[in-house]
Design a binder for this molecule. Structure first.
Ligand SMILES: N[C@@H](CCC(=O)N[C@@H](CS)C(=O)NCC(=O)O)C(=O)O
Length: 338
């Protein structure tokens, strides 16, 4: 990747808990960015303009490269602004392993689903049929998202979340350290571990105080507060992001240089081999855990064991859309040229 620190960084988001993973990271590293606010439910014409069907947010662009999924976005941001301390810079292999396992715990282990199931059924947005329809589309195959289903799932979800809070209290935070890896400031591992608990502890009525509270788990709850205080102080040191509309955002992206040089399709990749995929052919790309009905079509630019890149049409221009291999599926798309 080129050290293209001067390219515009643009975040499409709505301030949701997953977006905060990125907003916090940018604040903690003092990286300025532009934002394009997105509606809470579909349609999202600002993304359609970029030739993107992927429905989840956040999405981040660096120059003319667009990155899907916060896990990939965080990795890419670590390469920017090498003069500023990285959030994983001092990590030993053991630290990197813990950081990765905390990411897996939050996103792949079912914890995300349990936290969603703690949303109190009486929340105003859960009475809105349009919101419920939209989230049913997003969460199809993962969970049923209705007030009744949330109420039924709640006892088990409380237990799942409580076990994770207890795990952090009695392991990584047990010795009274400020940050999970014992670093001087928050690292990516803190972001991975904190974001779900930060979110759900701020939703009134979500956590039952007799099961999950600062009294029962003081180290975890003071770490969540410490994290928020540290991010708030960091946010004061960078200028507030400039907000642009979808048209301006697209203009910024398509008139930028690419952040990365064009890669290759790894002929030894098992999926490439199985499907005989070649650079330049049309493929379809979609996330496998949620929002899977929203598939992107584009020309295959590169593919290796970690990342797949396709080219989509943004009006008369093209952008490169990057997705992680983990949690995404790629297949040949014969109809692509029609
Ligand atoms: N694994 C993805 C998950 C993204 C995701 O699930 N985003 C949700 C939660 S904020 C979302 O976009 N919800 C709103 C929507 O799709 O409209 C990531 O890390 O970016």
């Amino acid at each position: 990747m080129s050290p293209a620190s001067e390219l515009p960084i643009l975040l499409y988001h709505l301030g949701s808990p997953l977006s905060k993973r990125i907003i916090w990271y940018l604040a903690l590293r003092g990286i300025p960015y532009i934002q394009c606010m997105q509606p809470r439910i579909l349609p999202r014409p600002d993304l359609a303009r970029l030739g993107i069907n992927y429905r989840r947010i956040p999405i981040l662009s660096i120059g003319r490269d667009v990155y899907l999924d916060t896990r990939l976005i965080l990795q890419k941001l670590e390469h920017l602004h090498p003069s500023k301390p990285r959030l994983a810079a001092l990590a030993t292999p053991e630290h990197r392993a813990i950081e990765h396992l905390l990411e897996v715990l939050a996103i792949d282990s079912g914890l995300f689903k349990s936290v969603v199931q703690l949303m109190p059924a009486h929340l105003p947005q859960l009475q809105d049929p349009a919101f419920l329809r939209d989230r049913a589309d997003l969460l199809e195959g993962m969970m049923v998202f209705t007030p009744e289903a949330l109420t039924a799932a709640r006892p088990n979800a409380i237990n799942e979340v409580k076990n994770v809070v207890e795990f952090l209290e009695t392991t990584l935070l047990a010795d009274g350290r400020d940050w999970v890896l014992g670093t001087h400031g928050p690292s990516i591992a803190d972001i991975e571990a904190v974001w779900l608990l930060h979110w759900i502890s701020a939703v009134p009525g979500a956590l039952p105080p007799d099961q999950i509270s600062g009294v029962l788990y003081p180290r975890v709850f003071s770490w969540i507060e410490r994290f928020q205080r540290t991010v708030s102080s960091a946010e004061k040191l960078i200028s507030a992001p400039q907000t642009v509309d979808g048209e301006q955002a697209m203009e910024i992206i398509v008139t930028s240089l690419f952040n990365e040089t064009e890669g290759l399709v790894d002929e030894n990749d098992p999926v490439v081999k199985q499907q005989g995929l070649e650079k330049g052919q049309f493929v379809q790309l979609w996330p496998t855990d949620s929002g899977s009905r929203h598939k992107d079509n584009g020309k295959l630019v590169s593919m290796d064991n970690k990342e797949v890149v396709i080219e989509t049409a943004a009006g008369d221009a093209v952008v490169r859309v990057h997705a992680p291999r983990h949690g995404f599926q790629v297949c040949a798309f014969e109809d692509g040229e029609k």
